[in-house]
Design a protein around this ligand. Structure first.
Ligand code: GDP
Ligand code: ZN
Length: 316
């Protein structure tokens, strides 16, 4: 292996990390961005300055230097992160926080008004991550050409959502609002398969080729495409990160007590339950049950919480 002292580093550039591997990362250069080309691969320099962070993640801004001889790129420095998208680790891993992305300004959850039907449980799960990371969540409700009706559950969720944007990638409605919202932000796009994420991205970024991941899967280079995010730069400024890692977020592993604290639609009341570890099931002095009783909380939201609670492991 090459020692640091032997590395003669030439050209220095700034890059955006779009994929992570054990010893290398994939990045795009900030100045010469082409969404349709393969990202560069860079190794970590042995003297990398992480500024106190433990590792790199998607969304990181880094300095890279090219080794004069081999032409290989080395990451030499991590620039300070302005935000971190993370979730608490699973209970059996001592809650070590899992960092999913950095420098994210908003999570854009795409849902559809019909086909597939709107899924409020999905919104609730992403709201937990958004609230935990203190990053705003926007909801794009796509396929508005298919129905006149708004999902009943939308009203009570809206309160916790930064902005709801109604779109149709088919007839074009709301695309200007979406473009405006995304402008100059770094957004993570996510949502169930089939809701129209790719169609929307194609509609707002002219000339984009969306199946670059599949192409790379077939080109025999043996890359781990599943961990590589696709990053699109927006014509008006800003970028959209389509991250496979984030899509699994709906299924994270909390303990029951954590869920009881974090379930986003209870946020106004959990602090007022009599018991700190209240699971809002039948405990005396439960403020959430009172809200349910008084009609401030919907039965739908409460049932959704109960289903999530039942699906979780007992805490140890
Ligand atoms: P993704 O899995 O979220 O990326 O979804 P796709 O973009 O692949 O879209 C899934 C299907 O929904 C495709 O057949 C699209 O043509 C269709 N679709 C996407 N957006 C709309 C829309 O606004 N209205 C209607 N009617 N169909 C849409
Ligand atoms: Zn309670």
């Amino acid at each position: 292996m090459t020692k640091t002292s032997e590395l003669i580093l030439g050209e220095i550039r700034q890059g955006l990390v779009v994929g992570m591997h054990r010893r290398t990362c994939e990045l795009r250069f900030v100045e010469t961005w082409d969404c349709n080309s393969d990202p560069e691969v860079a190794r970590y320099s042995p003297t990398i300055d992480l500024g106190g962070e433990s590792h790199l993640t998607v969304g990181d801004q880094v300095q890279v230097a090219q080794e004069s001889g081999s032409g290989e790129w080395y990451v030499t420095q991590l620039f300070p992160r302005r935000s971190k998208l993370s979730r608490p680790g699973p209970p059996d891993r001592e809650h070590r926080e899992q960092l999913l992305a950095s420098n994210v300004d908003c999570i854009v959850l795409v849902g559809s008004a019909a086909d597939p039907a709107f899924n409020p449980g999905f919104v609730e799960r992403y709201l937990m991550v958004a609230q935990h990371s203190e990053i705003p969540l926007a909801l794009v409700l796509n396929k508005m050409d298919l129905t006149q009706e708004l999902p009943e559950s939308l009203a009570e969720l809206t309160k916790y959502i930064d902005q709801v944007i109604f779109t149709s990638a088919k007839d074009g409605r709301g695309l200007d609002d979406l473009t405006e919202y995304l402008k100059d932000k770094s957004s993570i796009f996510t949502g169930q398969s089939g809701v129209g994420k790719s169609t929307l991205i194609q509609a707002i970024i002219p000339g984009i080729e969306l199946d670059t991941t599949q192409v790379r899967e077939k080109d025999g280079k043996g890359r781990h495409t599943t961990t590589t995010s696709t990053v699109f730069s927006l014509p008006e400024g800003g970028q959209v990160i389509d991250s496979p890692g984030i899509r699994g977020l709906g299924f994270w592993n909390l303990s029951k007590v954590e869920l009881a604290w974090m379930y986003p639609l209870f946020i106004d009341w959990v602090g007022e339950c009599k018991f700190q570890d209240c699971k809002h099931s039948q405990e005396p002095g439960c403020r959430v049950l009172k809200a349910l009783d008084e009609g401030d909380l919907s039965q739908r939201a409460y049932d959704s919480y109960q289903r999530m609670l039942e699906s979780l492991l007992e805490e140890r």
